[in-house]
Design a protein around this ligand. Structure first.
Ligand SMILES: Cc1cc2nc3c(=O)[nH]c(=O)nc-3n(C[C@H](O)[C@H](O)[C@H](O)COP(=O)(O)OP(=O)(O)OC[C@H]3O[C@@H](n4cnc5c(N)ncnc54)[C@H](O)[C@@H]3O)c2cc1C
Length: 380
């Protein structure tokens, strides 16, 4: 057993840590307050190769391994959760489907500009009536004379409407399977397709500078070749994409938990009450000790899930455990961070109030905590 990171993994982690510290963290409060999408930061990240980390160099990616990508997410998420989720949704949900299931032509056409960070891409699975029950898709795609006619609606779609967005890959019902269930296929829809309607951004509790919108499709027509992989394999594809994405969300959650810990330790050493720093009170020390311990465990859990994936071994249970534990660790860390800051923690002048709002989405996106527990239970 070897817990050490390779020289390349350390290099990517350090680069992202420095970038987050210098370029992201100082702008995080303003991004949260204004909700403005961080185009400038995303451009800088593209220039550093951070938007295509786990993809091969032949498609403009950085050729890094999956753990390196997760290490990068942890550090970017430590700087700011909105920037972190923008990177994660683009890479794990937007670009990875092209990498795993695209034809050579689709990889050249769609994956390359995404891996180079020239465009963002989104993944449209969730619908008004199909959330945790993601197979409950109502959006339909009908193939007529070599053209897919898409009708339906998606909601809560990340990166769906930025100026850099190239389009969305959606799940759609394309028929009925032999067993009577819906046949689901993934269809690629570029943003400029007539009938692709981008809704207004949601007003969110957290992740405010990330782009989240509803989308709808009104007789949106794309050519037959815009199918991703084989017709009818959409359900299998997105299940795998989400499982991989859960390791990435775990890494983001560890980054957020770490940020909570960093701020809490600093504040506890500075804040004086009863003529001593509050860090000298055992009650505060125990909170910090619990945070440090849980963060370490959550980090090891996402490392291990990533490692299983990189070995080509099953990792579904490990990914769900990592996502569940890391997001709940971040939730507890954010809660204790506000507590350690007392009344000041309730004020937006301190970053911990933002962390407390941001963390909630980690327990919901890419499968709620309840869904993760169901998946784990199925593997027992
Ligand atoms: C900020 C944000 C960004 C998002 N980005 C994307 C994106 O880019 N693409 C995309 O496709 N989706 C995206 N989502 C959607 C996200 O994946 C869903 O919100 C999530 O899967 C839950 O679905 P739902 O919101 O419809 O909740 P529901 O499924 O309605 O769940 C409501 C509650 O019921 C519980 N529940 C549901 N079913 C069961 C069950 N069988 N047993 C026990 N409890 C159950 C849930 O755990 C939850 O607590 C995003 C969501 C958010 C908040």
């Amino acid at each position: 057993m070897d817990f050490s990171l390779s020289a390349e993994q350390q290099m990517i982690r350090n680069l992202c840590r420095e970038f987050a510290e210098e370029e992201i963290k100082p702008r995080a409060e303003e991004m949260d307050r204004t909700g403005a999408f961080p185009y400038e930061i995303i451009k800088q990240m593209a220039d550093l190769g951070l938007l295509g980390l786990p993809f091969p160099e032949e498609y403009g990616g950085a050729g890094a391994d999956f753990l390196s990508y997760c290490l990068a997410l942890e550090e970017i998420g430590r700087g700011d959760a909105s920037v972190g989720i923008t990177m994660e949704a683009h890479t794990s949900l937007g670009a990875t489907p092209f990498y795993l299931y695209g034809t050579t032509e689709q990889k050249e056409r769609y994956l390359a500009p995404l891996a180079q960070g020239k465009q963002l891409w989104s993944f449209g699975l969730t619908e008004p009536g199909a959330g945790s029950d993601s197979g409950g898709t109502e959006t339909r795609a009908e193939l007529r004379d070599g053209v897919w006619h898409v009708n339906g609606a998606k909601n809560f779609i990340t990166n769906a409407g930025t100026d850099m967005t190239g389009g969305v890959t959606i799940t759609a019902v394309t028929g009925v399977r032999d067993d009577g269930r819906k046949e689901i296929t993934n269809i690629i829809i570029p943003k400029d397709t007539p009938g692709y309607i981008i809704g207004n951004p949601y007003h969110k509790m957290g992740w405010r500078a990330s782009d989240t919108r509803p989308l709808s499709f009104e007789d949106c027509q794309v050519p037959e070749e815009n199918v991703l992989g084989a017709q009818g394999t959409g359900f299998h594809q997105f299940m795998h994409i989400l499982t991989l994405g859960r390791i990435a969300i775990a890494a983001l959650s560890v980054g957020l938990a770490q940020a909570c810990y960093d701020e809490s330790l600093k504040y506890a050493r500075e804040r004086q009450q009863f003529n001593r720093p509050i860090a000298t009170f055992q009650a505060i020390q125990f909170k910090l000790a619990d945070m440090a311990m849980e963060i370490e465990l959550a980090r090891l859990m996402y490392y291990k899930a990533a490692w299983h994936h990189m070995q080509g071994e099953p990792f579904t249970k490990e990914a769900s455990m990592a996502k569940l534990y890391a997001s709940e660790t971040a939730k507890r860390a954010a809660d204790q961070a506000v507590q350690i800051h007392g009344g000041y923690g309730f004020m937006d002048e301190y970053p911990v109030s933002r962390y407390w709002r941001n963390v909630k989405a980690h327990e919901i996106g890419e499968g709620t905590s309840e869904v993760q527990r169901q998946i784990i239970a199925k593997h027992l």
